[in-house]
Design a protein around this ligand. Structure first.
Ligand code: F6R
Length: 613
């Protein structure tokens, strides 16, 4: 939530920052702004709306040359999206400018204090309070800006990644973080800062992930990092493996479509090096040191939000079926405040694409404090969750830029499937021959997803028919119940059509009242252990004249005779079906949203990385 970019070096800062902000726009797009420093002073330019609107605004200024600058793209927390609340914010003297990603929880107390001292506030943001608070400390203590930041950070409560420019030190950026991500790109005589590595990758692959409670003082050719206790640290320089093409659209109209189409590859990448069915080899590297804990866990608790929580629900079926360990799947936001009963025999799996979700991070900290072992399933390398967990496995889906999660979901399920099979086998719950059968089938999944993608033309036609529907119901059972939830979430978040997912059998306990000839009902009715039951549920909808769109297994004839539309996906093991059955639902949502003129990559009110609770 909120993207920040900064640059100091030999280049023109503005183009680097604007390009970076565009890459980070998925984090929020309520407003955008930059601050630049040159002979004419420290100037801020900001605008409500997308980075492109800021760009158009900047075109009206002639000389913006600067070798140092900061930029921000906002997802509004305090104060509505408008020009005034946009970042950067000046300090009272306008000598400092700051960008901030996060939330300062005690900002009202600080603001009242500052107002009593005569400070005036122009915006409704906590961030303006933050920089004015820093300046107040700077004035009162007659200290350096770095020292003022350090003292301020001891007093603020909340989360932040900040970068500050100072008119009196025109070659220096001061950055700090707690709770919100901040990556420093290390170039030749230049430094880049950003909320994630995507704005940095085209300039350098050397990055430092700033840790919580660290302050960096960055000049063109000098970087110093200290803790807020003033102890110098010696940061580790990571080599990024990300390729530039991975963060570009590559000929697709939208990132979401590109990412849907990447799934055969991303699932294969997730399994690469971990699974070799011919030799029966299944290695989940991250588990190595924790296998004992995992195998002997009395309970597996999965915690996540949104789509990642849906992947967790699929994993509940997987772990219980294959490993016979009880599983609970928890919304991180509920879990963290529920005083849950937890102990050192619990194995907690935290799932997160971004690795930055505030609620998931808080749930991890809580579980850690109770002695549980925490395993992370994250996509973003070096993210906060990846670093906060005891161990973990990356999903290797590559950067996911579309706000609606697609390839991250199937990659999460892929990792969790590998974990469940490994655990089940180690615990002696899966016989050797069955295990080999499952491994062989798992290897065929990328090819089957490829085939599911060939349904695109058919889904465009279905989308055309239902694009103006006001409601949708998604129904599935067993492994396809989380898929129904995910299908509904995909549709509502990008097309703004109200959609609900339900276990198919629950329909008659309420939602059936909604069904009439106007209501499209998407059934995920693949041939599995609950197929016959789902067929009965389809009959019930048909009897009430609902429109039936059914995802079925190739060759199905029973449902064909009942449904208005059937979408045939390749058959596979019941446990692996979600990896395939979700694909047509992703495509259906995508096409409906495009036909309705929605911005599928940046749906309203959403942000990809939810760093506030
Ligand atoms: C939906 C979506 C969100 C995320 C959720 C958790 O398409 O993307 O529901 O799944 O915000 O985010 P991560 O996985 O980054 O923790």
């Amino acid at each position: 939530m909120c993207g920040i970019v900064a640059y100091v070096g030999q280049k023109e800062a503005l183009p680097v920052i604007i390009k970076g902000l565009k890459r980070l726009e998925y984090r929020g797009y309520d407003s955008a702004g930059v601050a630049l420093l040159n002979e004419s002073g420290l100037s801020i330019y900001k605008k409500k709306g997308k980075v492109s609107e800021l760009e158009a605004h900047l075109d009206t200024f002639s000389s913006l040359n600067s070798k140092i600058g900061i930029g921000h793209t906002r997802w509004a927390t305090h104060g509505e999206p408008n020009d005034v609340n946009a970042h950067p914010h000046y300090s009272a003297s306008e000598k400092f400018a700051m960008i901030h990603n996060g939330i300062i929880e005690n900002y009202e107390v600080l603001k009242t204090d500052l107002q009593n001292k005569g400070y005036v506030f122009h915006s409704e943001t906590d961030s303006e309070v933050f920089i004015k608070f820093i300046e107040d400390i700077h004035r009162n203590n007659d200290c350096s800006l770095e020292e003022a930041v350090r003292l301020a950070l001891h007093k603020v409560v909340g989360a932040y990644a900040i970068v500050i420019m100072n008119i009196e030190e025109p070659d220096t950026l001061i950055a700090a973080r707690k709770g919100s991500p901040l990556v420093i790109g290390v170039g030749e005589d230049e430094y880049f800062l950003a909320s994630d590595a995507t704005p940095i990758i085209e300039y350098t692959n050397k990055v430092i992930y700033l840790d919580d409670y660290e302050i960096a003082v960055i000049r063109q050719n000098q970087l110093q990092i200290k803790t807020i206790e003033n102890v110098e640290t010696h940061p580790y320089i990571n080599q990024l493996e990300m390729e530039l093409e991975a963060i570009e659209k590559g000929g697709y109209d939208h990132f979401m479509l590109k990412e849907i189409y990447e799934q055969p590859r991303s699932i294969a990448d997730c399994m690469r090096g971990r699974l070799d069915a011919s030799s029966g080899r299944l290695v989940v590297g991250g588990l190595r040191d924790y296998m004992n804990k995992f195998q002997n866990a009395q309970r597996i608790i999965i915690t996540a939000c949104g789509t990642s929580w849906h992947a967790g629900l699929v994993a509940e079926y997987l772990f219980e079926e294959f490993a016979r360990i009880p599983v609970e799947v928890e919304y991180a936001s509920e879990f963290r405040y529920r005083n849950p009963v937890l102990n050192e025999n619990d194995f907690v799996i935290a799932i997160s694409q971004s690795g930055e979700t505030a609620d998931t991070l808080a749930a991890i900290e809580l579980a850690k404090s109770k002695g549980a072992t925490i395993f992370g399933v994250c996509n973003v390398v070096g993210s906060s969750i990846a670093r906060a967990t005891h161990a973990g496995s990356y999903t290797h889906a590559g950067p996911e830029i579309g706000v609606a999660s697609t390839k991250a979901f199937t990659a999460q399920i892929s990792v969790l499937t590998l974990m469940a099979l490994k655990l089940g086998y180690q615990r002696g719950m899966i016989a050797e021959t069955r295990y080999m059968e499952l491994l062989h089938e798992l290897e065929t999944i990328p090819g089957k997803v490829e085939r599911a993608l060939q349904l695109n033309e058919q889904l465009i036609k279905i989308a055309e028919i239902y694009k103006d529907a006001r409601n949708f119901l998604y129904l599935g059972r067993g492994y396809n119940f989380p898929v129904a939830l995910e299908g509904a979430l995909k549709l509502k978040e990008i097309s703004y059509i109200h959609a609900e997912g339900y276990p198919a059998a629950e329909m008659k306990h309420g939602p059936i009242a909604l069904i009439d000839e106007e209501m499209p009902v998407v059934f995920i009715a693949t041939k599995d252990s609950s197929y016959e039951k789902v067929v009965s549920n389809i009959q019930e909808v048909k009897a009430r004249k609902g429109k039936i769109i059914a995802v079925v297994t190739e060759g199905d004839t029973t449902v064909k005779n009942m449904a208005d539309h059937v979408i045939e996906v390749p058959s596979t093991e019941e446990a692996f079906v979600p990896l395939i059955s979700v694909v047509p639902l992703q495509l259906l949502s995508y096409h409906i949203a495009v036909m309705r003129g929605c911005n599928v990559d940046q749906p309203r009110n959403l942000a990809k990385s939810v760093t506030v609770e």
